[in-house]
Design a protein around this ligand. Structure first.
Ligand code: ADP
Ligand code: 5GP
Length: 199
């Protein structure tokens, strides 16, 4: 018997650096994989269908919901987002740690279905810094950035639902903290008790 994969839910404002932190951690560990969500929003310049997201229309999205193909789903700033269920279940069974980068409503649904999911909230050092990062990223209009900042303020009010909080000030440090959380989670007694019989 070996450690099973963990389901890791990361949330936090868009632009906080969630994907940057996970990609940094992936440079030093091979036991992580991202789940690719479906969304009805348009691809940003540089985004590729099947890499950042599967870009689908609302009709296909509704069909996936009706067929129970999504583990969770939610609306975020006027668009629908969801996590395809099959990929997650297959990779967890293979022992991979599967990362879901999803917003708070989705995180709540996942926790109900997977009580063992590890919930990490990632924030930038300040909301001014968040605005700067979103402007620098150059992928959203000022209007969309304002809507995302407003949503970020709302999400901060729900952050106490999470198990861990990471402030992504310095990327290297944030990635180390992320990795340390995974290591600690894999040392949980309930997951390791089988080792006691190996005396
Ligand atoms: P998210 O996945 O949370 O939407 P991204 O990983 O896309 O965020 O990061 C948003 C922007 O902020 C990107 O341009 C990224 O390069 C930048 N960024 C990420 N982490 C940091 C950091 N620690 N310091 C400065 N800029 C960062
Ligand atoms: P973005 O449009 O910036 O890529 O993502 C916007 C928000 O949607 C982010 O907070 C991101 O975490 C969230 N999100 C991305 N995929 C999913 C998903 O499959 N389900 C849910 N609930 N939220 C998602």
């Amino acid at each position: 018997m070996t450690d099973a994969g963990k389901l890791i839910v990361i949330s936090g404002p868009s632009g906080a650096g969630k994907s940057s932190v996970v990609f940094k951690a992936m440079e030093t560990r091979s036991d992580l994989c991202f789940s690719t969500s479906v969304t009805t929003r348009d691809p940003r310049p540089g985004e590729i269908d099947g890499r950042e997201y599967f870009f689908i229309d609302q009709t296909r999205f509704d069909e996936m919901v009706a067929n129970d193909e999504l583990l969770e789903h939610a609306v975020y700033v006027k668009h629908s987002y969801g996590t395809p269920r099959k990929f997650v279940e297959t990779r967890l069974a293979e022992g991979m740690n599967v990362i879901l980068d999803i917003e708070v409503q989705g995180a709540r649904q996942v926790s109900e279905r997977f009580p063992g999911a590890v919930r990490i909230f990632i924030i930038p050092p300040s909301l001014e810094e968040l605005r700067r990062r979103l402007l620098n990223r150059g992928t959203d209009s000022e209007e969309v950035i304002d809507a995302r900042l407003e949503r970020a303020r709302q999400e901060y009010g729900e952050a106490d639902f999470y198990d861990y909080l990471i402030v992504n000030d310095e990327l290297e440090k944030a990635a180390k903290e992320f990795s340390a959380i995974l290591d600690a989670e894999h040392c949980r007694f309930a997951d390791r008790s089988y080792l006691l019989n190996r005396r």
